[in-house]
Design a protein around this ligand. Sequence first.
Ligand code: SF4
Ligand code: SF4
Length: 318
Amino acid sequence: MSAKLNLAIYWAGSCGGCDVSILDINERILDVAQNCDIKFWPIAMDFKLSDVEKYADNSIDVCLFNGCVRNSEQEHIAKLLRKKSKILVAFGSCAYLGGIPGMANFNKKQEILDRVYVEAQSVENSEKIFPQPHTKVAEGELEIPVFHDYVKSLKQIVDVDYFIPGCPPTTEIINTALNAIFSGKLPPKGTVIAGKKNLCEECPKEKTDEKKVKKFVRPYQVIFDEKKCLLEQGIICIGPATIGGCGARCISANIPCRGCFGPALDVSDIGAKMLSAVASVIDSNDPVEIEKIISEIPDMAGMFYRFTLPVSLLRRSK
Ligand code: SF4
Ligand code: SF4
């Protein structure tokens, strides 16, 4: 075949948004069509897994893998695509960090199964029947993937070459990655293709570094000053802990950052960094009052670890 790159795109524990973001790169999708031979892309083309299994090892030049890993099928395909690919990219926050599905790690596997198959208001299951990996039926045996105990990021399963953050990745970030791939000028292995500084340094809102907050609130509970830092007005914004590179889009629309790009380069745990960031804006020197103000933050763990729980210091409920 020609000098086209062999490209695979796969979705594991994913909402499909990352696949759509690839289609959403406007006219650059024509470059992808011109420069790449698609070898596997289940959402868009009818390849079978058995096709991939027959490919020679390392015959896929680049694999963009989106979604977290939660079951045995996703783990199997992650390992298969690692073996078949020269470059494996964790594409989007779920593959990179565990992402939104990673918040399930706040609950144990059985709690999730109970909620979905027994307790949900729309379910009638008094016999508490749960899906089984193997079920005998008249026609033979049905097999479904094994639901693992916890959500993992792609790197927690296989070696990963590059990380593209975002939920989903922005067109600009995808274009940066495509330019590097098509030009052969790839950054060092392990690079997160994003900004270099934290989001606050890209943010257009005015910061004062003054301690002003007596109470944290959700955005709908106050009329805030659009020109000023949201965190300094008591609205939780994950910008201090988050790597930049997204163009501060949410902030520009007056939506606080939720951290989908993952930790800034000098941050090892978003929750720990955010505790320090919120403490720095509280208008009090009294430890009891500070603790009370922090304890009233709505759903603090969910707020701080919305995209990163599986790769955080906490990782999961114990
Ligand atoms: S990163 Fe966001 S857009 Fe991509 S699969 Fe996960 S939830 Fe969907
Ligand atoms: S905390 Fe949020 S609003 Fe404030 S400067 Fe950082 S990114 Fe901007």
